[in-house]
Every structure is written in C-alpha cells, then in structure tokens.
Design a protein around this ligand. Structure first.
Ligand SMILES: Cc1cc2nc3c(=O)[nH]c(=O)nc-3n(C[C@H](O)[C@H](O)[C@H](O)COP(=O)(O)OP(=O)(O)OC[C@H]3O[C@@H](n4cnc5c(N)ncnc54)[C@H](O)[C@@H]3O)c2cc1C
Ligand code: FES
Length: 337
C-alpha cells in the first residue's frame, strides 16, 4: 500500500494498493474523485502529480496527451502509484460513491441471446455487492489488459447477481473473448459499481430513457427500478430504443414484464437505416434523438432524462438537450467508448 495525499483546501489522504488505480482507490475510500468512463477515454479523471511516481496501466489511453505529460498530468483511472504521491485535483461531492466499489470473483451462470448481436450475461458474485440502477462495472477478461466497462441491467436487493446486456462488436477484442471464449461456470473478476448516471428516485418529473444499441442495459435497469419504486409510482416512463435495422430492435419483451407496462410505461422503437428486410417495419424511422423530439417535442424539457449508447448517439442527444435548454441536473448519461 502507498499513501496518496490530495493537496488543496479539502486536503485528504487515502491508501492505494499496487493493483489499484488512484481513481478507484479514492472511490473505495469514499472520496468524490471526478470521473466517467474508467477506461482512459473521457479525460474527466485528470489530475496533476505534484510529487511521487505513477505509471499508466493503459499507455495508449486516448484521453492522455503529450501536453498532459509535459504538465505532469495523469488519468486517475489509469494511474498506478509506484510510491507515496501528492496530487492536485478538485473534489466533487456528486462523485462520492453511494455504494463502495469492490473487486470480486464472479461465475458466469447464464448467457441469453437477446438479438443477433446482444446477449445477456448473468454473473453470480462471490462477495455480493449492491449497485444503483444505471451503474456499471469493470469486467476483467482472460489475457486482455484492462477491464472493460459494462452496465448492469437487473435490479438487486442482495447484490448476489449482476446481469449485463452486451453488444458484440465485430472484430472487437473484448467482446469476441466474452462471447466466444467465456463459458458458463467460468470465473472472471468484476470491479464496481461505478458511475453517477443512476436513477434519481427523488425527482418529481416523468422519466425519459433513450437507448441506442449497446446502451440497452442501463436503461433497462433504470426502467425496472422506476417501475417498482414507491416514490416514482405517479410518474410516466417512456423508453425509446434505436437500432440500425429491425433485427437490432429489442427491449419491448423485457419491459412488458414490468407492472404498469402499457399504462405508465411506454416503449417506442426506431430504426435509422431501413433496408430491404425492413419492409414490414411499423415503428419510427430516424435516429433516437430525432424520434424523441418528434414524439415529445418541447415537453422533453420537463423530463428527468437518462440516456446511454455509442458516442455519436450520446453527442446528438446532448446537443438536442442543450438546444432545448434542459437543465443539466435533469440529464444523466454514460457515453460508451
Ligand atoms: C461506462 C460504460 C458503460 C458501458 N456499458 C456497456 C453495456 O452495457 N453494453 C455494451 O455492450 N457496451 C458497453 N460499453 C462499451 C464497452 O465497454 C466496450 O467498449 C465495448 O464492448 C467494446 O468492445 P470491443 O470488443 O470492441 O473491445 P476492444 O476491441 O477491446 O476495445 C474497444 C474499447 O476498449 C477500450 N480499450 C482498449 N484497451 C483498453 C485497456 N487497456 N483498458 C481499458 N480499455 C481499453 C478501447 O478504448 C475501446 O473503447 C460501456 C462503456 C462504458 C465506458
Ligand atoms: S479517462 Fe479516466 S474516467 Fe474517463
């Protein structure tokens, strides 16, 4: 263990193990260290190293630039300290974990195909831990450096099972391993929960969930939790799911099992690139953000909004919400890298 001291007006110290990163050790110590992706892509966890030595787990982290190196800046989610360090960063209370993230071994119990390229993976945790609907975990895969981020799709009281709905990426290193090499009964390491795009049960607003492709999982978890939340019983929940073609569309059967489906929970489906196989398509045609605008118009502004999906979708939704002047505190999202 080495000691990390954060300088500044909120001076604090915490311990970091040799296998951990500074960000994750800080979160385990209950410190509000700002972050988003946990995999070196967003840059939100950047800090300045004042003293000591760190090594980046991921040397080619996209968010780490030459100029960062010159200014002694590192990414908290990748920085592994070699000795005691002093660092500079600004805490943010909103990142203080509500549930302490922890590493545990997990066993794969089930693999259930949802579409031609999305599968639900059900893991049983050796050391159960809870999570908030909408949060994600880092899954360690055999012979692959660095954990990959995946959002949970279930809701759980005791934290013994975490379910993930994962989209296979053609030629993707991590998903090829997960889909083709990891079998029922295999054990993997899972670290979490992480993320702040979780369900706000204290919100007085109706809910809008927007999911594109791989963004299904956290939106399903949020909808499942909102459906049974006593505090949210009076709220409408609209779920817009988008894919390229009809074979990519899923979600309705999952939500149809929820109490209030068809009454206060509504599913809307959209495809962006209809082809010859989509001649019978009855749903919307267009991108998720355009379809949401078409269905809800300016009333989007009155919603609590959750969204998840690939970067182009996340950026388009952000732009729409900015143009509609939706207050930032009503917007909760994970950008998938
Ligand atoms: C917060 C968050 C939640 C997500 N939730 C989901 C989900 O619920 N379902 C889903 O299908 N996808 C989700 N993703 C996307 C997922 O994490 C992977 O990016 C995706 O599965 C890519 O798989 P691949 O096979 O292409 O992986 P790879 O070919 O291994 O690489 C693709 C991604 O991994 C990153 N990467 C490469 N090397 C490293 C390394 N050493 N350490 C860490 N990252 C590295 C790359 O930057 C790239 O973004 C989420 C992403 C994030 C950030
Ligand atoms: S780069 Fe570290 S959290 Fe995204």
């Amino acid at each position: 263990m080495v000691q990390i001291t954060v300088e500044g007006k909120d001076r604090q110290s915490f311990e970091c193990g040799s296998e951990d990163t500074i960000l994750r050790a800080a979160l385990r110590a209950g410190i509000g260290f700002p972050y988003a992706c946990n995999v070196g892509s967003c840059g939100n966890c950047r800090f300045q190293l004042l003293d000591g030595e760190v090594e980046h787990a991921r040397q080619d982290a996209p968010a780490w630039t030459e100029s960062d190196l010159k200014r002694n800046r590192y990414l908290g989610c990748q920085a592994q300290p070699k000795n005691d360090c002093r660092i500079k960063l600004r805490f943010d209370e909103s990142f203080t974990p509500k549930i302490t993230p922890a590493k545990t071994q997990t066993t794969l119990k089930e693999k259930n195909a949802i579409t031609h390229d999305i599968t639900e993976f059900v893991f049983e945790l050796e050391h159960p831990n809870r999570f908030l609907p909408g949060q994600y975990a880092l899954i360690g895969l055999p012979d692959i450096q660095g954990g990959r981020a995946y959002s949970m799709s279930n809701i759980t009281e005791d934290g013994s099972e975490w379910h993930f709905q994962i989209k296979r990426v053609p030629q993707g290193i991590a998903t090829t391993c997960l889909f083709d090499r990891v079998d029922i009964g295999d054990t993997l390491e899972v670290d979490g929960p992480f993320g702040v795009a979780y369900l706000r049960e204290d919100s007085p607003r109706d809910i809008l969930c927007l999911a594109g492709g791989s963004g299904l999982s956290p939106m399903v978890s949020i909808t499942r939790a909102a459906a049974v939340s006593e505090k949210l019983q009076g709220r409408q929940i609209d779920f817009v799911f988008g894919g390229r073609a009809s074979r990519d569309i899923c979600g309705q059967e999952i939500l149809a099992e929820l109490p209030g489906f068809g009454e206060r929970i509504h599913f809307h489906e959209a495809i962006s690139n209809p082809g010859p196989d989509d001649a019978d398509w009855q749903g919307y045609v267009g991108f998720v953000h355009d379809v949401a605008r078409e269905i809800f118009g300016d009333s989007i502004r009155d919603r609590e909004i959750y969204f998840a999906g690939p970067p182009p979708m996340a950026q388009a939704v952000q732009k729409l919400l900015f143009n509609l002047q939706v207050p930032p505190e009503q917007i909760h999202f994970d950008e998938f890298y």
